[in-house]
Design a protein around this ligand. Structure first.
Ligand SMILES: O=C([O-])CC(=O)C(=O)O
Ligand SMILES: [Mg+2]
Length: 288
């Protein structure tokens, strides 16, 4: 399978002048739905990976193998470009290199490597960062691990909510100097902070969760923000739907009276049923 066109699409977004919202995706069903609805990009967050694959919170219990396998399933199911949250790269800088190799072959269009100290250190309740030097090493390792030059590598920091604005800018500039393709920030609290960061850097910006004053897409686009996340509502909606449905069944509701189920039309579309029927006709000698 070739993934070049997916990566080109992500690069096109980053080099454009608009700010887009990605669809939060986490499995074969969600990526197909996001693709059908016309999202320009999927975001595969570490939190939703942990939830979808393990049913666990976002505390780095998931392994690289599990993350890459889930990405591979999504790559097979759809052609939507996906930006993967590769956390800290699953270890030190050498592990980062391996992470990039695995996610590249799994079909990611892009990935983020962050400078958060993960998993959490013993006796430390608060999130910590690795040193700037180690962060730079991780970005270099990520670039070194890439064999398809179209794969997008983003340097990510949450320093804005952990250390300071100055530290955020220092890290962003140092990561930028390694040759990464974009900068991903979480924890930016105000327009003033974003504007200071945008003025001190030159790469395209991706914003993780942001407060209301950082929601207007035209404003964000003017600050070089090309992708702005909107959380992960789809998996929360799916969880609620499963809870509602199982609860109703447990209470004795007959299946035909259940509310909120996907229609057979929607399920058929998600399953790409028409394509499968055509293939069955051709390959298995069945009627269309
Ligand atoms: O990348 C994102 O969508 C935000 C994040 O870190 C996560 O959900 O794990
Ligand atoms: Mg994450």
């Amino acid at each position: 399978m070739t993934f070049r066109s997916r990566r080109e699409k992500l690069r096109f977004i980053l080099s454009g002048s608009d700010c887009v919202r990605p669809g939060s995706v986490y499995d074969a069903i969600s990526i197909r739905i996001a693709e059908d609805l016309g999202f320009p990009l999927g975001m595969f967050g570490g939190s939703v990976a942990s939830l979808a694959v393990l049913g666990d919170p976002d505390i780095t219990l998931i392994t690289l193998t599990e993350l890459a396998e889930q990405m591979r399933r999504m790559s097979r199911a759809a052609t939507l470009p996906v930006l993967v949250d590769a956390d800290h790269g699953y270890g030190n800088a050498l592990n980062v290199r391996r992470t990039v190799q695995e996610l590249e072959t799994a079909g990611a269009a892009g990935l983020t490597i962050e400078d958060t100290l993960l998993p959490a250190a013993f006796g430390e309740a608060k999130t910590q960062l690795i040193s700037l030097e180690e962060g730079v090493g991780k970005m270099k390792a990520a670039l070194d691990g890439r064999s398809d030059p179209w794969l997008v590598i983003m340097g990510r920091t949450g320093a804005a909510s952990i250390t300071s604005l100055d530290d955020t800018i220092g890290r962003a500039r140092a990561y930028e100097a390694t040759g990464v393709d974009a900068l991903f920030f979480t924890g930016i609290k105000s327009r003033a902070e974003l504007e200071a960061i945008a003025a001190a850097t030159r790469l395209p910006i991706v914003l993780g969760g942001a407060p209301d004053e950082l929601n207007a897409l035209d404003y964000l686009a003017g600050q070089r923000v090309r992708i702005a996340l909107q959380g992960h509502a789809p998996i929360a909606a799916a969880t609620q739907a499963v809870d509602d449905t199982l609860k109703a069944l447990r209470e004795g509701t007959p299946p035909k009276n259940l509310k909120g189920l996907a229609s057979s039309e929607l399920t058929g579309r998600v399953m790409r049923e028409a394509d499968m029927k055509a293939r069955s006709a051709d390959l298995l000698g069945l009627k269309k």
